[in-house]
Design a protein. Structure first.
Length: 463
């Protein structure tokens, strides 16, 4: 069985690379290789039976669109859907909440609808999670109020169980009904399809709010962790970027070097504090997993969240005036981790790339944080340009350039670097005249601001 995370183009590509690494396909490390064709050919020629799962294909457009023209052979030359093999020995399973997306990938006769639970199934799930309850009428009412949705039932049962025996089903039902009017403003978005999606999952959102408030009261550090996680791409959230910087590997190295100078006592203190930090983090993760807010991937080193939970978390932060605080923390963590686009950093860049794409729509308000955000996008554009991803390189470099102009000024060296990156992306896409105009602009500004003999000016003139 081969698993592909298909919630976004970036996660889809990373999954194909992971598959190629896992089954050790010959040629996977060749920079000129089209990874989609490589996996396609291996599956087509395989003598064994296989199952390929495309998980969470809620937006299939990136599988259907024809890719932009590229000068590099490692870029897909046709829609990604065409790289899904069809042979007697293999099967492909697509999971999606969007039937229209499903019909873009399979025939109508091949669509299997997963119907909602009925009342009997919902009551059976409640009993499995809560055990037999004294008043079955309250359970039936709550199941109806939750629209028989499994996630809502599991979350409600977890909340009730953690407060039992002081928190019966009737009390949960009371709070559910009272809080709907109080928090209805969170569902009043004038944003087309987004609003309809929230209406369809209204009960889950209300259930989440009750559970989140409980976690905040009983374990605020777990609520903080969830707040930070809500800004990442929903899949592959790396553990290292969630821990405080003092607990990350590079920070621990600095602590070790300091300990050699300060003596054994400090070393023991550092080890003890690190152990406490590990315990705290694991307890926070357990708290979030108990409410089904996050899950751990098969590697055990990264996490996943439902997009609904992330969206609801950010809206709660906005309502409580802490959205900007956690947005800045997310940008700061990504800024510290995402390297330059040089070849030796490509593995790290690829692992974090989906998160930089998620950061595009999360521009902070604080000027220093905007500068960090722009640097993250600039480095991601650097990586995109090196792997010949024209569309992303142009988009990321363009946003970085605009942000740096705003907070650093048009003549700042970092701003000029961003303009150069935009020009590189233009050249990559064949927009030679536009690229030349930008290069002339950079050269003239550099001569005036930095001087004709400055290394940046000389490099600009050479380009």
């Amino acid at each position: 069985m081969l698993w592909v995370y298909a919630s976004s183009a970036a996660r889809y590509e990373q999954s194909f690379r992971d598959i190629a690494d896992a089954i050790k396909i010959v040629g996977r490390q060749d920079l000129q290789t089209n990874i989609f064709k490589l996996v396609h050919d291996w599956l087509r020629d395989s003598k064994q039976r296989w199952l390929l799962v495309l998980d969470n294909v809620d937006d299939a457009r990136f599988l259907l669109d024809r890719p932009a023209a590229s000068t590099n052979a490692n870029t897909a030359s046709k829609p990604l859907r065409e790289y899904l093999p069809h042979c007697q020995r293999g099967s492909i399973l697509v999971t999606t909440r969007n039937k229209a997306a499903a019909l873009n990938l399979v025939n109508q006769r091949d669509v299997v609808n997963v119907d909602p639970m009925d009342e009997a199934q919902a009551l059976a799930l409640f009993e499995k999670k809560l055990g037999a309850q004294g008043d079955s009428g309250d359970v039936a009412e709550l199941a109806t109020a939750l629209e028989y949705m499994p996630l809502a039932i599991v979350q409600a049962a977890a909340y009730i169980s953690q407060r039992a025996p002081r928190y019966p089903v009737a009390k949960y039902l009371d709070e559910f009904r009272k809080s709907e009017r109080k928090r209805s403003s969170l569902l009043s978005y004038d944003n087309g399809q987004l609003h309809r999606d929230w209406e369809a999952t209204n009960s889950i959102v209300v259930t989440w709010q009750i559970s989140f408030e409980y976690i905040q009261q009983t374990r605020s550090s777990a609520a903080d962790l969830l707040s930070l996680m809500s800004f990442f791409d929903r899949q592959g959230i790396p553990e290292d970027l969630l821990r405080p910087r003092t607990e990350r590997p590079e920070a621990q190295t600095n602590q070790t070097e300091k300990a050699k100078d300060d003596g054994d006592s400090d070393s023991e203190d550092d080890t003890s504090q690190s152990g406490v930090g590990d315990d705290e983090f694991e307890d926070d993760i357990v708290a979030l997993r108990n409410f089904c807010f996050v899950s751990v991937d098969t590697s055990g080193t990264s996490f996943e969240m439902h997009a609904l939970v992330q969206l609801a978390t950010r809206k709660w932060l906005e309502a409580n005036s802490t959205l900007e605080q956690w947005k800045q923390q997310f940008v700061s963590n990504l800024y510290a981790a995402f390297p330059t686009g040089e070849y030796e950093n490509w593995t790290a860049c690829q692992a974090l790339y989906a998160h930089t794409k998620a950061a595009v729509g999360q521009e902070p308000k604080d000027e220093s944080s905007i500068a960090e955000w722009a640097t993250v996008l600039y480095r991601a554009a650097w990586f995109a340009e090196r792997i010949r991803n024209i569309a992303d390189a142009e988009m990321l470099a363009g946003k970085a350039m605009k942000a740096r102009k705003k907070v650093l000024g048009k003549e700042h060296e970092d701003t000029l670097c961003s303009i150069v990156m935009v020009g590189s992306a233009y050249r990559l896409g064949g927009r030679w005249e536009d690229a030349e105009k930008l290069q002339v602009q950079v050269t003239e500004t550099s001569k005036t601001k930095l001087g004709a003999k400055h290394p940046f000016t000389l490099t600009s003139m050479a380009n």
